[in-house]
Design a protein around this ligand. Structure first.
Ligand SMILES: Cc1ncc(COP(=O)(O)O)c(C=O)c1O
Length: 348
């Protein structure tokens, strides 16, 4: 189907406000230095992240997005005959990267649409080298709290590395403050020398998805192993400059977080009011069961100029994921959704 020129993109959990103006300025300045190769070690960015998170610089690794880092992690830690454990209905790159490295993926069943940490722990076998936990989870928006992760980490055998993917941590932290729970203290495991790697990205709250910058924080020896498998010069000059500047723009982040929390509340309320099961979210998207073929719904939405994600490939053929937009975008989504669903055969 041809995409309308005025389409709005609500399918990939990007920041509807764009990059921070400070990041844009830094990128513009960096453009004139693109005759030079980037710093292969991203030293300044790693130092800044390390200082901000109170870890050592050699515990931080910067890569061209988490997608790339996940690939590196799998290549470093898995060989044929070994496996990685995660949950069904989670981030689609976990199985892709695992299989690309020659490993096998084991997907434990979900519980209440999210991670069942008991089932994940039970699925760990002698051949397991990695566990992937997405917190919050994409595409369902669910979260497990700090105490649940404590219990899980205590059960994991020494030969398994736990990857705690916190791509949406800024949003989750904001919601956790509002909802009065303790979201995560995952970096404490790293500080305590546990085999835990925490993943974060500039693609979501920072609005830099197109630049490709993400990072991992974990044990220094593991990060050195991962670093050897990176593609040389993979994080470009503008990407490093923009990421550094974005870290200094708290106002831009706060704008995105507040808008997101307000948008989440109104979208979930409106969708529930229409009779659909829209889950409480801890991230910047809403998971919603539409009661009919979600692929067909997404196509009808696209014809209306609203691009959303149908979740058939995640084993949820009746569910959609909608990125929370600006208030105007959310209204446009809802108006289009109502029109499109007037033709829907079934309600939940
Ligand atoms: C849970 C999760 N991890 C990682 C990523 C990838 O992030 P990046 O853009 O840094 O590759 C995403 C992107 O949607 C995600 O949802």
């Amino acid at each position: 189907m041809i995409r309308r020129a005025d389409s709005i993109r609500m399918a990939s959990n990007e920041n509807p406000f764009g990059p921070s103006p400070k990041a844009v300025q830094a990128m513009e300045a960096a453009i004139t230095e693109c005759n030079f190769y980037p710093d292969n070690d991203a030293r300044e960015l790693r130092q800044k992240l390390a200082a901000g998170f109170r870890v050592a610089t050699d515990q931080v690794l910067v890569a061209a997005g988490l997608t790339s880092l996940l690939d590196i992690i799998c290549r470093a830690l898995l060989k044929p005959g070994q496996n990685a454990v995660t949950s069904q209905r989670s981030f689609i790159v976990y199985p892709i990267a695992t299989k690309a490295a020659g490993g096998e993926i084991i997907e434990a069943p979900t519980k209440d649409d999210g991670f069942d940490l008991e089932a994940i722990a039970a699925a760990i076998a002698p051949g397991t080298r990695l566990v992937f936990l997405a917190n919050p989870n994409n595409p369902t928006g669910t979260l497990f709290d700090a105490a649940a992760l404590d219990r899980f980490v205590a059960r994991v055998p020494e030969y398994v590395v736990v990857i705690v993917d916190e791509a949406y941590y800024e949003f989750a932290q904001y919601f956790a403050g509002q909802r009065k729970i303790q979201y995560s203290h995952s970096l404490d495991y790293v500080r305590a020398g546990r085999k835990v790697v925490v993943l974060r990205t500039f693609s979501k709250a920072h609005g830099l998805a197109g630049l490709r910058v993400g990072y991992g924080i974990g044990p220094a020896d593991l990060m050195a192993d991962f670093s050897r498998l990176r593609t040389t010069f993979s994080v470009s000059v503008p990407a490093q400059a923009a990421a550094l500047a974005a870290l200094d723009d708290d106002a831009h982040i706060q704008l995105a977080l507040k808008n997101n929390a307000d948008g989440a509340e109104s979208l979930v309320k409106e969708l529930s009011g229409l009779g659909y099961r829209a889950s409480l979210t801890w991230a910047n998207f809403v998971y919603c069961e539409v009661g009919e073929d979600a692929g067909a719904v997404a196509k009808r939405m696209q014809a209306e100029g609203v691009i959303i994600r149908a979740l058939g490939a995640w084993g949820a053929p009746l569910a959609i994921r909608v990125t929370i937009g600006t208030p105007e975008q959310n209204q446009r989504f809802l108006a289009a959704f109502k029109r499109v669903m007037e033709r829907a055969p079934i309600r939940l």
